[in-house]
Design a binder for this molecule. Structure first.
Ligand code: PLP
Length: 302
């Protein structure tokens, strides 16, 4: 069973039926996870922060030493628009999550090392789905996180890239499910907070000088530099919270007033339990609600 889903997919410039075969099995993305991706929100057919996502896609490609077409931004904008139209996700009120996946391309030889003297043509795919609202309980009661057994090494040059090699993340999600939690939180090798499997993490806490802070792990804590994270750090100052980026411990999460996760499609989600214990009052707090509402307003009404 492959599940029901979108009717179309955009592959290398063409909108194709979703259930047709699309890629050779020799695609290095399939064989090796030698690829990168982005996920973003498009409301009313308008992509939110597309330039930021394309910039991060370029950064991921550069990190894996492969080249994207010069005009990849125009190619993607056109591909997304055509796919959203085909799926009927471009009208007023439509709300879509869009995934861009790019692999290094097709290469029939075995082995890890990409050829130096042959220019592989990256495989570029766009998919789109209607945005599912979070399960009601997630907003009402908040979500539960558990620390993953997988540690993230801030020295690992791959760890901050959005590659399609997601086995660690899949493993962590399975760990979370086995523990009865909604998501897993990665810690760094030194034991500091890093990020969840698909989102950055934030705490609201009172600093020793009495100032209310919005705190999040720094960029050198083996995190993806989230687009929503950047937005929230700018938002904090205007909302009356002092932004803090640095080293945070599991104890600081456990004793925070509030916590939440942030990502492009799911937006801001309150976190109310960590490793089986309540955070703050154990219910979504006012800052998480306000951050969510303000972030949702960025997407517009579609
Ligand atoms: C591992 C990870 N961290 C953080 C994020 C949040 O990034 P953004 O806010 O750009 O969606 C994502 C989202 O895809 C992610 O996969």
């Amino acid at each position: 069973m492959s599940g029901s889903g979108p009717k179309f997919v955009w592959v290398n410039g063409e909108v194709l039926p979703a259930d047709a075969p699309h890629l050779p099995v020799t695609d290095r993305g399939f064989q090796l996870g030698d690829g990168i991706f982005e996920t973003l929100r498009a409301k009313g057919g308008r992509c939110t922060e597309l330039p930021e996502h394309v910039a991060r896609l370029r950064r991921s490609a550069a990190g894996l030493a492969f080249e994207l077409p010069q005009n990849v931004d125009a190619v993607l904008a056109d591909g997304i628009a055509r796919l959203l139209a085909a799926e009927g996700l471009d009208g007023p009120g439509a709300d879509a999550s869009v995934r861009i996946t790019v692999s290094r391309g097709v290469w029939a030889s075995r082995g890890l090392l990409p050829p130096r003297d042959v220019h592989l043509v990256p495989t570029i795919v766009v998919q789109a789905w209607p945005v599912e609202p979070p399960p009601a309980g997630h907003l009402e009661h908040g979500i539960a996180l558990v620390a993953s057994r997988i540690r993230r090494d801030p020295q690992n040059p791959i760890v901050t890239l959005k590659t399609t090699s997601r086995a660690d993340y899949v493993y962590a999600r399975i760990e979370a499910r086995a523990a009865g939690a909604d998501d897993a939180l990665f810690l760094t090798t030194a034991g500091h907070l890093s990020e969840s499997t698909t989102a950055n993490v934030f705490l609201v806490r009172t600093a020793p000088d009495g100032v209310l802070e919005l705190a999040t792990p720094a960029l050198d804590c083996a995190i993806l530099p989230g687009t929503t994270r950047s937005w929230l750090l700018r938002w904090a100052a205007s909302a009356g919270l002092r932004p803090f980026e640095g080293l945070l411990t599991p104890d600081e999460l456990a004793t925070a007033d509030e916590a939440f996760l942030s990502s492009s499609v799911a937006g801001v989600l309150p976190v109310t339990r960590f490793n089986g214990h309540p955070i703050g009052a154990g219910v979504p707090g006012p800052w998480a609600r306000r951050a969510r509402a303000d972030r949702e307003a960025v997407f517009g009404r579609g």
